[in-house]
Design a protein around this ligand. Structure first.
Ligand code: EPU
Length: 429
């Protein structure tokens, strides 16, 4: 297993390009299953989760060719698909659940391993399953698998989500596009990745109104046809680079990114003292001085993204002042803070609030990445910590960040990938 060795102190300066969003492309690969024939997806990041999803849809019967350099996926989908998503892949990546909607839509049956909890929280599936039941599916769970079946075609329904869940909105969209009649999903999630999925579905022939709003109206069609689709840029990766520029008091142009997807986060960076300027293909973040602390409250889009919360805790850890960070989506998303404290951060957790007192400096130490965004946060903290920081378990970071180390090196960071040293991590509980 690999680790990253970072020697802190250098500001990030230069230009970086962002590829397509992990949290879109993984679902788009599942969407491809809805139509027999060849679907092509471009602007695909070269990340581990794309390989895992490729294996999963491969086992379901698709043939997947990934041209990593070109960022292009060709997915050939046969007339017949398998119905089962096994635990060995689902446990590696929760997004595996996104094959549930396409399988039940195409086969009338799906047999998916339950993903269980993970490092950031318990993460239920109740809203996915209740929505499918309203559409006429029967859902049972046995031996760690959920079995959904709809021998008759799924039928349109009015579905009100208790919470604008990204995953449940996606499952229900994918199930509804070929259902009999009209489905209304109310209190739907509005993330740019959901909009991206809707656009691809519409290009395949689906009838969806209200795209980008919290009420999605889906008129079922008998079948969809394959398409070619360019993935929306990864706003969380772009936001991570933006915090990287601010925390290191650097100056970074973030290209191929959509600044309007990051309005609140960039507003927070401005409040922290950064200069943010926007162009049509991206934005620039410059920070001339020590950042000021900023309060954060995570919420579903267009609120502040939970996937940027750990990076902003790192920023607040070296900022001037005291800040309150409130996490409303995942109950365990502060777990990584113990690792940040090993780097000298002063963070106190009270339930879903973190009180961060900025320190003049952090001090390098061995730390362990516990999930993708926690890993990114520890790398950012390492970039400004005195001396050497070793971040181990970086396979988590590889799941979601394309070309992270080469890009950081190009921007001037002193960072390299190394084999995990024997004493390279703190013990896991
Ligand atoms: N929830 C339920 N029941 C459900 C569905 C969700 O209780 O049926 C709860 C979850 O337990 C959680 C909250 O609702 O507390 C939000 O979950 P949501 O369904 O919105 O999230 P998700 O689809 O599981 C996606 C991203 C996450 C991102 C969240 C929120 C993917 C693969 N994952 O997860 O991304 O944090 O939306 O924006 O799209 C990451 O990339 O690091 C990551 C964790």
């Amino acid at each position: 297993m690999d680790a990253f060795r970072i020697r802190g102190g250098a500001p990030l300066v230069g230009e970086v390009r962002v590829r397509g969003a992990k949290n879109s492309v993984l679902k788009l690969m599942a969407v491809a299953l809805l139509a027999e024939g060849r679907t092509t997806i471009t602007n695909v990041p070269d990340i581990m989760d794309v390989d895992t999803m490729g294996q999963l849809i491969g086992r379901l019967g698709a043939t997947v060719a990934f041209d990593r350099a070109a960022g292009r996926l060709d997915i050939d989908v046969p007339a017949e698909l398998e119905q089962r998503a096994d635990y060995d892949l689902v446990r590696q990546m929760r997004a595996s659940i996104s094959v549930l909607g396409p399988l039940i839509a195409r086969l009338g049956v799906a047999d998916i391993a339950l993903p269980g909890g993970d490092a950031i929280g318990s993460r239920g599936l109740d809203m996915h399953l209740a929505g499918l039941e309203l559409m006429g599916a029967k859902v049972t769970s046995q031996h760690g698998y959920v079995l959904a079946s709809a021998p008759e075609r799924l039928r349109g329904a009015n579905i009100w989500l208790d919470f604008p869940s990204v995953g449940a909105t996606e499952t229900l969209l994918m199930a509804a596009v070929t259902a009999d009649g009209t489905t209304v999903v109310d209190n739907a999630a509005r993330e740019p990745e959901i909009v991206d999925i809707c656009r691809m579905l519409v290009a395949m022939g689906a009838g969806i109104d209200g795209i980008g709003t919290s009420t999605l109206i889906v008129t079922g069609v008998p079948e969809l046809s394959p398409t070619t689709h360019h993935v929306v840029p990864d706003r969380i990766v772009a936001g991570t680079w933006a915090v990287g520029a601010a925390i290191t008091q650097g100056d970074v142009w973030i290209r191929d990114a959509v600044s309007s997807h990051l309005d609140i986060a960039l507003g927070k960076l401005t409040a922290a003292g950064a200069e943010v300027s926007t162009e049509s293909d991206g934005f620039r973040v410059r920070m001339g001085d020590r950042p000021a602390s900023v309060d954060i409250v995570t919420l579903p889009y267009p609120g502040f993204a939970t996937d940027l919360q750990p990076q902003f805790i790192a920023l607040n850890a070296v900022a001037g002042g005291v800040s309150m960070v409130t996490e409303n989506l995942f109950e365990s998303r502060f777990k990584f803070v113990n690792e940040l404290v090993r780097l000298g951060a002063d963070v106190r957790i009270e339930g879903h609030h973190a009180l961060v007192t900025g320190r003049e400096r952090l001090s390098g130490a061995p730390v362990v990445a516990t999930d993708i965004r926690a890993g990114a946060s520890l790398v950012l903290a390492g970039l400004v910590a005195e001396g050497e920081t070793i971040v181990s378990e970086v396979h988590h970071i590889d799941r979601g960040y394309d070309s992270f180390i080469p890009d950081l090196q190009r921007l001037g960071a002193d960072i390299e990938r190394i084999p995990t040293p024997a004493d390279g991590g703190s013990p896991l509980g």
